[in-house]
Design a protein around this ligand. Sequence first.
Ligand SMILES: [Zn+2]
Ligand SMILES: [Zn+2]
Length: 237
Amino acid sequence: MKVNNWIKNIRSLLYPNGCLLCGAPGDFDRQFCPACYRSLPFNRQACHRCALPLPPATPPGALCGSCLAKQPPFDSCVTALCYEPPVSRLISALKFRQQLHLVEPMAELFTDRLGKPLRKPELMLPIPLHPLRLRERGFNQSLELGRVVARRYELAIDWRICRRVRHTQAQTGLNEKARQKNLRRAFTVCGDVNGSHLVLFDDVITTGSTIAELSKTLKRAGAKRIDVWALARTPGR
Ligand SMILES: [Zn+2]
Ligand SMILES: [Zn+2]
């Protein structure tokens, strides 16, 4: 009891503004007040292969039209949230304004959504940033978020096996074909992944071309199964 109070006091010093979204004072689970937590756009009804949000009445285990037409190179994908306000605002604050106190509560939203993984992967690989981008930003948000998730599930994490070897232009504004071309040979694998069950961790999945390109590279290197976990997914393609 005493220890709990002590932790509470420390937390209120660290997070004096209460709820991360509305600022309501209090020491909340996940740092969201109950009303804001309920209003978060969790991505519960989604294609189990690429996490594209599907209409609410879709039965569990359904695939989207695009995955039915052509299977992606990864085996499953789960994202906690839909990338829309207020989630997009929180992720931008984390990435572009170095609000690193958001890492822990945002990563916990992922573990809330996933619960216990059905098949535990052997190793987590965060999506790498190119060294130039890493220097500019100072940290890799996928690694920071992935670290919290990996700790929760007692998974090993390795941020050196996958490297981004080409400094690709920003993907925003490019269509699917142009994105694929832009990412070609963007990654290299420096390590043994032969026969392994991996999980990639990303902050935001937009069209899925980054995870597809990295998955292809890893499967060529012998990876047996690749799951993808991410914090958020854009609703459209
Ligand atoms: Zn709130
Ligand atoms: Zn799909």
